[in-house]
Design a binder for this molecule. Structure first.
Ligand SMILES: [Zn+2]
Length: 380
């Protein structure tokens, strides 16, 4: 296998910036990050244009749709491929196709499809099941008819050994005592979402192994003086990882800035719907029309239905709306989600031994120019 290098005026390795550096790749792995001048003579090298940064590829743990398809509509390998292609243009090199609350049969199909692709497509890390074990009082756009408590067969389905990883968003108060411990013992990642859990219920869930918070602030009990709820539990815990939808619509910037000051790890997610990387400005969810207007996906009654957001825009918004340093935004888009998923030793950084998943982007506009997934580029 011949090694080759990609050089940029600035390389962010997930931790720090290197000026005029090169990432040396062999096969699907990174073998070194070196000063540009130290690239051995004779090694093929691709020099990126000035002003283009190289950073770890983005990891999106919440992708419902993209490229005009919705995972729930057709939970097949082909749909997941379409999602991966649609989101890659925006720097996403790894993702979890996300199934919104649906029937047990649909869950089985979705899991099988993700499992098939996790074996062949490096960009597909597994599956995110957002529901159906959610609170009817915080359903948001989820169809209440699908919401229920987990049964033995559900637990067996979620914990069955598989190659790809499984993330489950649930409401701890619906799941029942011990469920989260059973799931996490089987290496399932569990996040709280669409929940009315109190602070005490959230802390119990975290003691059982819950480590994530799905779209923090949205569809959960709000912060209150005497009932701090899940948001305070998340923000004060160093081990917590919280997904943030930074689209200028879902959460006010002041709340998001508060989250960035928390003890845990912020993680950018898109909660993307079919219009991302697609051409249409409407779609159907649970038989209801969702219109896209001014970047907002909403049902006729105004309920938000996911987002029209891509990861590059999430990074850009993090910098422009929240005044976060670009390097922080990049870490929230790559290293933090990798660590949340237990993949922090192979994804989310540009370092020897890590998979060569990278995004090259214009540092002013945060426009993605080129990506690499497991060393394979999408351009010639
Ligand atoms: Zn949701």
């Amino acid at each position: 296998m011949t090694a080759h290098a990609v050089a940029a005026s600035r390389v962010f390795d997930g931790e720090r910036l290197h000026d005029h550096a090169a990432v040396v790749i062999e096969g699907d792995r990174i073998i070194a990050v070196v000063p540009r001048r130290d690239v051995p003579a004779g090694m093929p090298i691709r020099d990126l244009r000035d002003g283009v940064w190289l950073a770890p590829g983005f990891i999106d743990t919440q992708v419902n749709g993209g490229g005009d398809v919705l995972f729930n509509d057709a939970p097949t390998p082909q749909t997941i491929r379409t999602l991966a292609v649609a989101h890659r243009r925006f720097g996403t090199t790894a993702l979890l196709p996300t199934l919104i609350s649906d029937t047990a049969d649909k869950m089985k199909l979705a899991i099988a499809a993700a499992e098939a692709l996790a074996a062949t497509e490096p960009a597909v890390l597994g599956i995110h099941l957002e529901g159906p074990f959610l609170s009817p009082d915080k359903a948001g756009v989820h169809d209440r008819r699908h919401l229920r408590r987990p049964e033995t067969t559900d637990i067996a389905l979620m914990t069955a050994p598989r190659r790809g990883l499984t993330l489950v968003t649930l409401a701890p108060e619906q799941a029942g005592t011990g469920t989260i411990a059973t799931l996490t013992a089987a290496s399932v990642r569990v996040a709280l979402g669409h929940s009315t859990a109190t602070y005490a219920q959230t802390k119990s869930a975290m003691a059982e192994g819950l480590s994530g918070f799905t779209h923090l602030f949205n569809a959960m009990r709000p912060l209150e003086a005497r009932e701090p709820g899940p948001i305070a539990a998340a923000l004060e815990s160093a081990g917590a990882c919280y997904g943030l939808i930074i689209d200028g619509i879902h959460v006010a910037p002041a709340m998001l800035r508060l989250a960035l000051r928390g003890a845990g790890k912020p993680m950018l997610v898109t909660d993307a719907m079919p219009p991302v990387g697609g051409k249409q400005n409407a779609f159907t969810l649970n038989g209801e029309k969702i219109a896209v207007k001014d970047g907002r996906c909403a049902r006729a009654d105004g309920t938000l239905a996911g987002a029209c957001l891509d990861m590059a825009s999430a990074v850009r918004n993090c910098v422009r709306l929240l005044d976060a340093p670009l390097t922080d935004a990049l870490r929230f888009a790559s290293r933090n989600p990798a660590e949340f998923l237990g993949l922090g030793d192979r994804l989310g950084r540009l370092a020897p031994g890590y998979r060569a998943d990278m995004a090259a982007f214009d540092s002013e506009t945060i426009t993605v120019r080129q990506t690499w997934v497991a060393g394979e580029t999408d351009e010639g």
